[in-house]
Design a protein around this ligand. Structure first.
Ligand code: NAP
Length: 283
């Protein structure tokens, strides 16, 4: 039996084991996907153990997406650019790091949000790890203007500075009037902060509360638990198009699955299993 899993600390209620195991079963692959909470002190030893022949690889989540990089043998181009690894593949004892968040995000907004970012003006709320993946995805897709709005302005500025060569990226603070103004002029708004996330103090917050937004604008929340965050509920009530964080979660996982197995991931099976797991957790 081959093994894979997710490394993080604490791991909380990760739903990745549900939909990855459903995919293995669906394709008749003899493999398991486990939750691997790892204490920071144990991280190097845990990464070393991924070289064992029965391990296919692992997903990596908070707080290790950057910390694992020096512990791996090779890093793929996207992961290197973004500076974070969410997937490790064990290639006969050689550990290769990938980032499937950016590609999962682009595929999610394209296939499930019917949105192509090329030439468009977009607003990204947040400047953390998930925002980094989205910002690089947007710039690779050649957006026209990328607004990055973050509570800590300096962090938005640092992320924007990575793209200084083209001057299309504009950092702002959440209290800057430009935040509200940009929200009413862009065609896509993405929340990549933890605002609205279940089991947090900010679970009731909609970062766009009281904003005026065109109905044709697509609003995407990277938060997937709950599926309907306050931001998405309010947007739907105003007749604005919405996309939850679930497609990105499943599609980044599907890309990891394909890297480990070299087989096409059964995305529909993964979706329905992920949805069931989230609904079960909300009971
Ligand atoms: P992170 O690196 O810790 O970044 C957190 C971001 O949230 C920062 O921009 C932070 O702003 C902001 N933030 C936190 N509390 C805030 C508050 N009270 N008010 C305003 N801003 C606040 O985390 P991450 O890895 O980027 O993850 C962020 C979210 O994306 C999480 O909910 C995660 O579950 C979700 N996510 C989803 C997927 C998916 O596949 N759907 C993938 C990755 C992440 P400061 O810089 O000011 O602290």
């Amino acid at each position: 039996m081959k093994k894979s899993g997710i490394l993080g600390y604490p791991l909380g209620h990760s739903i990745s084991p549900y939909f990855q195991n459903a995919a293995f079963i669906n394709l008749g692959i003899e493999a398991t996907y486990e939750a691997w909470p790892v204490d920071p002190v144990q991280l190097p030893k845990r990464i070393q153990a991924l070289r064992e022949p029965d391990v296919m690889g692992a997903n990596v989540t908070i707080p290790y997406k950057e910390l694992v990089i020096p512990l791996l043998d090779e890093i793929d181009d996207w992961a290197l650019k973004i500076g974070s690894v969410n997937t490790i593949v064990n290639q006969s004892g050689i550990l290769v790091g990938y980032n499937t968040d950016a590609t999962g995000f682009l595929r999610a907004i394209s296939e499930y949000g019917n949105y192509e970012p090329s030439g468009k003006d977009v607003l990204l709320i947040g400047a953390g790890g998930a925002a980094r993946a989205a910002a690089h995805a947007f710039m690779e897709s050649k957006v026209n203007t990328l607004w990055i709005a973050n509570r800590t302005y300096d962090r938005a500025k640092r992320l924007a500075d990575e793209f200084l060569e083209n001057g299309k990226v504009k950092p702002i603070g959440l209290d800057d009037p430009e935040f509200r103004k940009s929200a009413s002029s862009v065609s896509l708004i993405v929340n990549s902060t933890s605002l609205g996330m279940k089991h947090t103090l900010d679970s009731h917050i909609d970062p766009l509360e009281g904003f005026s937004i065109e109905n044709s604008t697509l609003i995407n929340d990277m938060v997937y638990n709950p599926l309907d965050t306050p931001m998405l509920i309010n947007a739907k009530n105003r007749g604005v198009r919405t996309l939850s964080g679930l497609p990105m979660l499943v599609l980044q996982g599907a890309a990891s699955f394909e890297l480990w197995t070299s087989k096409q991931a059964p995305v529909d099976v993964m979706f329905s299993s992920a949805r069931k797991a989230l609904i079960a957790q909300s009971d």
